[in-house]
Design a protein. Structure first.
Length: 75
């Protein structure tokens, strides 16, 4: 079952969304908004990012890091 969701936007923002929808190759605004919603759900939170940074800092300080001069060095 589907449910319609209506939002109110200033004219300039509505035009911008329609332009981006077309530019990004989406069939309609609804498809673009669905994509944005899914993309947002996949983002990590600020808390997760800070936790990962703390772990990386600890690993760096303890010498558990391999220094690479290029990406090929890591492979």
């Amino acid at each position: 079952m589907r449910q319609a969701l209506c939002i109110s936007l200033p004219v300039a923002e509505a035009k911008q969304i329609k332009l981006l929808t077309k530019r990004r190759g989406y069939e309609n605004v609804s498809a673009y908004v669905k994509y944005l919603f899914k993309a947002d759900a996949e983002l990590i939170s600020e808390t997760e990012l800070l936790q990962d940074a703390r772990i990386a800092r600890r690993e760096y300080k303890s010498g558990k890091v391999k220094q690479a001069n290029s990406l090929a060095d890591l492979l």
